[in-house]
Design a protein around this ligand. Structure first.
Ligand code: 5GP
Ligand code: ZN
Length: 112
């Protein structure tokens, strides 16, 4: 996926505000934040979405990123939301798997 922006961001080929990374996944600030903390957690390998053949090791690497993000941004105890959009009805705009980590304020009760 040579033209995928999140592949480039995750591998450091384009500068970004990297919050944390490990061997298999990266966490960087969303360019248009919807909350005081809005970080995207992505695998370094390209997967279109959550159901696009993501292996368990990569998923656990992404979970580790979430844990590091909430610790480093100070929202672990106040609470946070993790969500991923898949496909058109969910409004997925970037076709590289990403988990939104949102927090730092009282989040909306509406999920749909
Ligand atoms: P989606 O709607 O696909 O779930 O979310 C895509 C997210 O990626 C949006 O929140 C959008 O602000 C963010 N985004 C899109 N392009 C870029 C980019 O080039 N850099 C960063 N850091 N975030 C981006
Ligand atoms: Zn990609």
């Amino acid at each position: 996926m040579s033209d995928c922006i999140f592949c480039k961001l995750a591998k450091g080929e384009i500068p970004t505000t990297m919050v944390y990374q490990n061997e298999l996944a990266a966490a960087f600030a969303d360019a248009s934040p919807l909350a005081p903390v809005h970080v995207l957690v992505v695998p370094k390998a390209h997967h279109d979405n959550l159901l696009d053949g993501v292996d368990a090791q990569t998923l656990m690497a992404m979970v580790e990123c979430v844990e590091q993000v909430v610790q480093r941004t100070g929202i672990k105890d106040s609470g946070f939301r993790v969500l991923t959009n898949v496909g058109a009805d969910a409004g997925q705009t970037v076709n590289h798997l990403h988990w939104h980590v949102l927090g730092g304020k009282r989040l909306s009760d509406q999920l749909a």
